[in-house]
Design a protein. Sequence first.
Length: 277
Amino acid sequence: MNGKLNKEIIWLLKEKYGAGNLSLISAIGGQARLPASGGNRRIICKIKKDIDRLKKGEPIDYIIGFADFLGCKIDLRFKPLIPRPETEFWTENAIKEIKKSVREKIRCLDIFAGSGCVGIAVLTHLPFAAVDFADKNERFLKQIKINAKLNKINPRRYKTIKSDIFSNIRGEYDYIFANPPYVAKTKIKRVQKSVLKWEPASAVFGGKDGLFYVRKFLKEAKNHLAPGGKIFAEFDSWQKSGIAEILRKSGYIDFKFHKDQFGKWRYLTVDYRRTTE
């Protein structure tokens, strides 16, 4: 076994099976020292099937069935986009910023919600927040409800909305969190094979230049931002100048770009001001 695969197997055994890895690894390798019970045979059979999935390139998060996101357990049974460390980074920064400046009830929108990881983290770490989750995929809306229950979120603090961007969104929000599909079709060769094969293309690709959904989002977002509110939105690092132009053309005044933990331009913030329109 190569080093990466071996690490993933150990992680799989720990997270999915809660197993001590040494005895099971030796059993999987044909040197079984476990009692030959039916239960052990079934477990080893399942583990071998999971290892075959790993060898075929399926992401380990899908095989385990969940991912950690700011201390929240995010179930992935409906195969939404797997939460990324970069998204976790800006979400954590957003939560820290809100904690410093807000102490009263706030209304938030997690749009392009997918697994709901951003909004679930907000609800978990900000007890005064209420979140609307918006996604056009009904399976992902079911996924969000599963994750809310899994993380013991009071149902009165959130709701799910089937919406193609803002098509079914009403009212204004204090905070809007967006992780739109932004990978450009022209950059497809840069995308990992496992992403192309296993993750939902609808949550990855944003048209030829990657900005199809970004444009539509920014065009309408200002109409749903409450006075004093703020937008947090993720993008690909090379899109910074293009997004700046979209922001200016859309009439946004107070916006700022931020780098992720790897030193790449990754997300933007927009503070509320009436636009120039």
